[in-house]
Ligand binder design. Structure first.
Ligand SMILES: [Zn+2]
Length: 468
């Protein structure tokens, strides 16, 4: 078949335009199983998508041709947005999984559970219902890996197909791409393809004590360290490949990888907020500088008329929906902020406190007049009027703490407040208020008025209305 669904660009693409190095990026439009680009380097056969071995289901997918004009949506319920990450601050590997709103709704209506296993036949190490409490639409949920395994299995229901995702390869290193430019406490995303790039920061990890790799002297090693997680020791190296050369390529080929010269992508305007691997912006137009030409349905989901090519490799993309660009190692997902706020479906717990001790269950931030800063767990914070403490789980606000608001003044306090701030007195006529049923506060006040012969105009109005 010559078309498949691209899980990165979230649209259907042609095999000739697809990346032959990424074995798990594309899904069959018919049966939704993963397919890969075949015959990319052959002259005899036309480039096409093919199912992985043993995966060509009941349907005759290879002959499936989408109808012209048929809208192509993301295949559902396959958990195709599964990735592995490494969190250096916590020395933790985790699996990340993302659903859109319809997918969560569909799983919820069938009361389905997510199950994660470290072996095909093993007991799940994680089970949770798929609903809006555990998952937020289009926001990745993270599941720490508690048991070590080469591969992990994701399923949505007992007995249903368990999807395999490979993380480690015994004896060989796994490569993770470091997100952002930080060298400590970084987050790195596992590389799914067999292609590595120059000038890119990688975290190379071995599920062993020792790093037995001869090519380390050929690359720029930023740091080397050991850590323990999942009851096992790991050796990690933070490195960059500066340039392609035969020696490095030889060693990488032995490990099953190829090295390519990197491509670059730079967002010129507007400034954006990064959360995980997505950027957020309200702008309708985004200016991007790329080392490659943007090609609709090949390296971007933007269409021809949404891209305006400007000189010097700069392009302006005018698009109201998510912009996705992916070419070799250059990638960007740009999403609108409205979409993010619309996703806030989890209830936020509201608390009224004057003192608040920061729990360690979430990350807490204080928003006050002078700005915003993060709060350490265990810290005791005194809240002032207007201060707001927000507790976030991942990127999601779940708790809001504010100073208890003072109720409206009443009785003696209200009377005092008016006398201090509204000083208009008028002659007092005792007969006028005779008919009313008076409160104790009013009776006492009026007895004083009788002596002075004057009454506060505002207090009189409030006595008449029964507010005092
Ligand atoms: Zn198929």
């Amino acid at each position: 078949m010559d078309m498949a669904f691209d899980t990165i660009l979230q649209t259907a693409v042609l095999a000739v335009e697809a990346d032959p190095n990424d074995k798990y990026r594309y899904l069959c439009l018919c049966c939704k199983e993963p397919v890969y680009v075949a015959a990319a380097e052959q002259k005899v056969q036309v480039v096409h998508f093919r199912h992985h071995k043993g995966n060509n289901g009941k349907e005759n997918c290879e002959n499936y041709i989408p109808q012209p004009g048929q809208s192509i949506r993301a295949p559902k319920s396959q958990g195709n947005n599964v990735s592995f990450y490494y969190d250096d601050a916590k020395k933790l590997f985790y699996l990340s999984l993302c659903f859109d709103e319809d997918e969560i709704q569909e799983h919820k209506s069938k009361s389905e559970h997510l199950e994660l296993r470290a072996s095909y036949m093993g007991q799940p190490f994680y089970i949770c219902p798929i609903d809006f409490t555990y998952f937020s639409p289009n926001i990745a949920s993270h599941f720490p890996l508690k048991e070590y395994s080469d591969s992990y299995y994701v399923s949505f229901q007992n007995g249903e197909k368990r999807h395999k995702y490979k993380l480690f390869n015994t004896g060989n290193p796994a490569f993770f791409k470091v997100l952002g430019d930080v060298e400590s406490n970084f987050i790195a995303k596992c590389i799914q393809s067999n292609c590595l790039y120059t000038d890119t920061l990688y975290f190379m990890v071995f599920p062993e004590d020792e790093v037995l790799i001869p090519f380390l002297k050929l690359v720029e090693v930023i740091k080397q360290f050991h850590f323990n997680t999942m009851g096992r020791s790991f050796a990690g190296v933070l490195l960059q490949f500066q340039r392609k050369n035969d020696d490095i390529e030889y060693y990488l080929n032995e490990l099953g990888y190829r090295l390519e010269t990197s491509e670059t992508l730079c967002i010129l305007w507007p400034p954006m907020v990064r959360i995980d691997d997505s950027l957020f912006s309200d702008a309708n137009e985004v200016y991007i500088s790329t080392s490659f030409r943007l090609r609709p349905k090949s390296n971007t989901n933007a269409s021809e008329h949404e891209i305006k090519q400007l000189p010097e490799g700069v392009a302006c993309i005018a698009r109201t929906e998510d912009i996705r660009i992916h070419y070799k190692n250059a990638e960007a997902i740009i999403r609108s902020r409205e979409q993010r706020t619309a996703n806030q479906l989890l209830p936020i717990e509201q608390k009224s406190e004057t003192h608040f001790k920061i729990p360690d269950s979430m990350s807490y931030w204080i928003l006050h007049r002078c700005g915003t800063h993060m709060l350490c767990s265990g810290a005791e914070v005194v809240l002032l009027a207007g201060d707001k403490i927000v507790g976030y789980k991942q990127t999601y606000p779940l708790q809001r703490v504010m100073m208890p608001s003072e109720g409206p003044l009443e009785g003696q306090d209200l009377l005092k407040d008016i006398q201090q701030n509204y000083k208009v007195n008028i002659p007092y006529d005792a007969d006028e208020l005779m008919e009313l049923e008076l409160s104790q506060v009013a009776i006492e006040y009026l007895s004083k008025c009788k002596e002075t012969g004057f009454i506060n105009k505002k207090v009189k109005e409030l006595i008449e209305s029964g507010a005092i």
